[in-house]
Write a protein that binds this ligand. Structure first.
Ligand code: ZN
Length: 188
């Protein structure tokens, strides 16, 4: 049913992001409950997001195969001189979202590599809590929704694929991924 939103009232609205709740007043249609999310509200929302502590959003219980966790720890030592699992996980998600996923040819190559080698993934899992900045959390949530996955599933998919891509040192086509990862983690 189409609604022309002819009858609107200013109401208190809330939007939850992880465990945090954004509250503001917005114009809401009395007939269909649609709310007008305009530039002013977006501005308030962005301000609210940036006011939160830097790593205030945690994605709980991300189920990673134990051998991938070991691999990530090893690589973080190789890249930065210290064991930094969470920096590696964040960097892998970021590289997936901002680099691999935007390059069809590379994304296809990563997917083929994953299909070939996914049998190496351990059945044992380690439950990792992944802390993200507010802005990054929103990006990961949106990308997960686009892929019709939970945030947990999406993060597992990113981490498993990037790990498998860089596991074989001889794969020239994945050097770019490895170099980016190394740069991000070294700077973390
Ligand atoms: Zn309406």
């Amino acid at each position: 049913m189409n609604c022309n939103h002819t009858s609107i009232t200013k109401k208190q609205i809330t939007k939850s992001v992880g465990s945090k709740i954004f509250k503001t007043e917005a114009l809401v249609c009395n007939d269909c409950n649609a709310l007008r999310w305009d530039g002013e509200i977006q501005g308030k929302f962005d301000k609210w997001l940036t006011s939160l502590p830097r790593d205030s959003f945690t994605v709980q219980e991300v189920k990673l195969p134990t051998n991938i966790v070991e691999f990530i720890e090893q690589k973080s030592i190789e890249f930065s001189g210290k064991k930094n699992r969470s920096a590696m996980v964040r960097a892998m998600i970021s590289i997936w979202c901002n680099f691999v996923d935007r390059n069809n040819e590379l994304a296809d190559a990563v997917e083929r590599e994953y299909d070939l080698k996914k049998s190496i993934l351990a059945q044992n899992i380690y439950r990792e809590n992944v802390r993200l900045s507010p802005k990054f959390y929103m990006q990961v949530r949106a990308q997960a929704e686009l892929s019709e996955m939970s945030m947990q599933e999406f993060i597992v998919a990113c981490v498993e694929r990037i790990s498998i891509a860089i596991m074989n040192e001889g794969e020239v086509k994945f050097y770019d991924i490895k170099n980016r990862l190394s740069d991000i983690v070294a700077a973390a």
